[in-house]
Design a protein around this ligand. Sequence first.
Ligand code: SF4
Length: 501
Amino acid sequence: MTVIRQDDLIQSVADALQYISYYHPKDFIDAMHGAYEREENPAAKDAIAQILINSRMCATGHRPICQDTGIVTVFVHVGMNVCWEGDMSLDDMINEGVRRAYLLPDNVLRASVLADPDGQRQNTQDNTPAVIHHKLVPGDTVEIHVAAKGGGSEAKSKFAMLNPSDSVVDWVLEQLPKMGAGWCPPGMLGIGIGGTAEKAMELAKESLLDPIDIQELQARGASNRAEELRLELYDKVNRSGIGAQGLGGLTTVLDIKVKDYPTHAANKPVAIIPNCAATRHVHFTLDGSGTAELPAPKLEDWPEITREAGENVKRVNLDTVTAEEVQSWKPGDTLLLNGKLLTGRDAAHKRMVDMLAKGQELPVDLKGRFIYYVGPVDPVRDEVVGPAGPTTSTRMDKFTRTMLEATGLLGMVGKAERGPVAIEAIRDHQATYLMAVGGAAYLVAQAIKKSRVVGFEDLGMEAIYEFEVEDMPVTVAVDSQGESVHQTGPAKWKEIIAERV
Ligand code: SF4
């Protein structure tokens, strides 16, 4: 009988969460590097370069890959011959590990979990509770798989109860355009098929814990239906032309994972859960001998990539930028932002729009300014700000017209595409929307030289900050005429790929 000490489990979970906050799995780095080598669309190639450079910087700096350090998901397999020293429940031990990891002063992680999800939505302050899946298995060890899942990619999860004769491939390909780029491709799609509704979702999530090995599968060929689906979907999803960050390109997914389970004769439940550029998971085993060993990867595991300045790079002074200058920018132009940039995301937008409706004055004048959709990680040591990458912009779409109309805001910076209502508002106000790379948060933070809160301090990471930035790289994603690179880019690359058949 193996005895597992309570504190060994707690500390192992804490160590694992710290580890995955700054180390990408090696299979992910290799696959992303392969995508970088293959990519032909300069904008998508640059986005992948930023993800890889960011990944290497995080590994050396021990700071989070993404500002969204995720909601913790744990799969734990407990051997039936294990007994425990200590009186905490397994869930309490895991949650204590989460607490310890997210509050570690040397590498504070962002607490993103809110209690009372359809009510007060209050931050629990320590990122607890985790979502925990348990299984009792034969044996005398405890196997734990820890993951930290970003909200942007989780938000794009899909589920359907198909008819038994419906095609899973057709359904997945139908969902893909609806998912947009808020899941920060290239990443993986986890697909769960069978069981019941909740089982299919769990299978999809669990499938993402496997290492990237599609090239091996391509080499050896499929041996069952799940593998056939993986191969077919990998090919078809990459033919969609969506590309890195939805900019159009050759790689949308690095792998497709499929797990299946017997189901009822009347059902075919299917779930998709995407994994993003911040793929974070690690597996360890406790055998009673102490805490988990998590060997640090070698720096040689990361490719050394340098970004090349493209042809359309423009340096922009945000303190003096004019509407005429904004109107001269074209979709796909790369800008290097300098000067003062405001921030604001969901909660700040909701509050600002409510205040405007009541005729109240906002805490900061937005006229002629740019707002960056971000919720940064708290700084540590001498940092000005922690990792501060963009959040999904479509969540702010419903506020965009009011913000542009009532405040004189010139533009916005965020992640992925804008929806039709936001694009129309941007066109009507001759404003613009700029895109930063999701999953390159530590790299982006290096461009932020000063930071201060200028409004709604009570909102924590959702407060309005004023950043002073130096050469912050962004791409013009919607120009003042309402042309969107997220529409033109994928369409163009879908055609290019189709012509190559
Ligand atoms: S990479 Fe994108 S989807 Fe993933 S956690 Fe970061 S912002 Fe969210």
